[in-house]
Design a protein. Sequence first.
Length: 633
Amino acid sequence: MAIADMKRMDILLPRGDQDGALRLLQRLGCLQLTGVKPAEGAEAPAAPMPRLNDTDAALARVRWAISKLSRFDRVKQSMFRPLPALQPEEMEEADGPDVQGVIEALEGLERRAGELRGEMTGLQLRMDQLAPWHGLDVPGSMLRDTASARVFLGTAAAAGLGELQNAWEGRPASVQIVGTDRDAAHFVAVVHRSHAEEFAAALRGIGFQRADLALGEDTPAEAARLAAGRMDAAREEMRGLEGEMDALAADLPRLRAAHDGLVARRARLVAEEGSARTGSAALLSGWVPARLAPSVTETLRLKFPMAQAALRDPEEGEVPPVLLHNPALAQPFEAVVGGFALPAPGSLDPTRVLAPFFACFFGMMVSDAGYGIMMALLVPVLIRILKPSPAGKRIFRVIMLGGLFTIVWGALYNTWFGFTPWPSVFDPINNSLPVMLMCAALGALHLFAGLVLGIVQNVRQGRWLDAIYDQVSWMLLVVGIGLLALPSTSAVGTWMAIAGAGIVLLFSARNKTRNPFKRVLSGLGALYGITGWLSDLLSYMRLFGMGLATGVIGMVVNQLVGMVMSGGIIGWIVGPIIFVGVHLFNAAINILGAYVHAARLQYIEFFSKFYQEGGTAFNPLRYTPRYHRVADT
């Protein structure tokens, strides 16, 4: 139950050694640098530093290039593909002229592609505009007003245009309908100038909209063919640009290495910006785990003899970051604690107590020894092949340890890939009551473990009376009520329950009011919380329900496979495929469900009894590559 002790480390060093020291600290990855308020006479850094601005700009360009070229990536990214290993120096050196040349070439291609996309959009609009006019076999030069006639080219309501044609029959006007589109008609009309205004007024009455086709010497069909030809040429050029971008995608590994190097450089520049500097010296300050502080100090001294490092305990008002520190077997379960919230500094880290409960509950819910063997054997292989991040590795190890407990519970339930080859110790299908009682008993043990942790936390913080009022009282009350169920212990249970209820009644509202009457009323409300204990215990019935579901589904799958395999040679071929596929799916779904529900029992039932959250994660200066893993040195 350890939160790592933190020391404040102040490092004074020559200004010329600052970048090298930051590189060393980044490689060590165990010092969280914080800002330093410049002392009187110190140089106030520019805000922001020009180098930081330049790095941000370079990083933005690299990210843009990666996003543009990723669709041409010859090696598709996958969560199941291990990240390539790279030395920090290789990341730092990747952002060179070659990478900048790739980005500049890509920018040029993207500019031309943007121009082509705009041109193609205009051409498509042009072709859509001309499509209804293909029946007009007159060049644009002839669709102009003359000294004696006016030309009307446009669209109007089809019904109204028909009436207009009938009304103007025999008058100096000619109306030709070129095409129709739903209720609209596309037409060209030639009218003698003496009747042009009257004709225009009639057109306005039927919703006339003038069309400006800008045909020149071409007919609409010829103009559309020219636009289609230019569209084909633009598409061909676009395919050429796509091919050039595809060729540039071969440089994605260098771009990704440059990205990770720029991220590392940016982290150092941010740390440098937070330092205090004079013309010749710089001061860095941050948090380091106490157990690592001597080695960090010694490494700095060896690499930079002029540097001076001073260590001290946190002062009043300083809140150090939180780093969980647990034995190897419990370390993977720090992922479960971190998934909720880190404990506050000075409180308890529940990882060591949580670990066996989580693994036990996980095993009870998966509850198939065959699945447990599969998890225990395959997860180490997956870790070796995939080489996941430290956070991902912790999740894998939680599943592996849960697999070991699954083997135990699967053997007790006698479930092996859905088969039951021999008599079981617990039979959740035919004799469920003992299994349900066992789940309730484990739940009660889990809840009481939370109360014990609450007592330890209060005692460590010097709040002895709070331990009695908030935890011992409920232990007496709940245990007393439980003892009332047995005739031989009912007398003891009565007095324990009365004592616990009395403490809750009188002291649960001690921090809210001094009025005795109000405190008793609040205490009565607090006593109603005994019903919450019942609902908490019932929550552990999910251990029974999910374990039962896993076994029943496995048995149904086996029966289905048996029926398929009884169908002859095809059944003997298809049956094993169904068996493996469905059992893998069943295992995956139940592993996911077991993880989620086991975490829920910790967060809702267990943590509510003692947990003090509010810690800020320890975030040291380190390499945090996105596309690579730092090669082991």
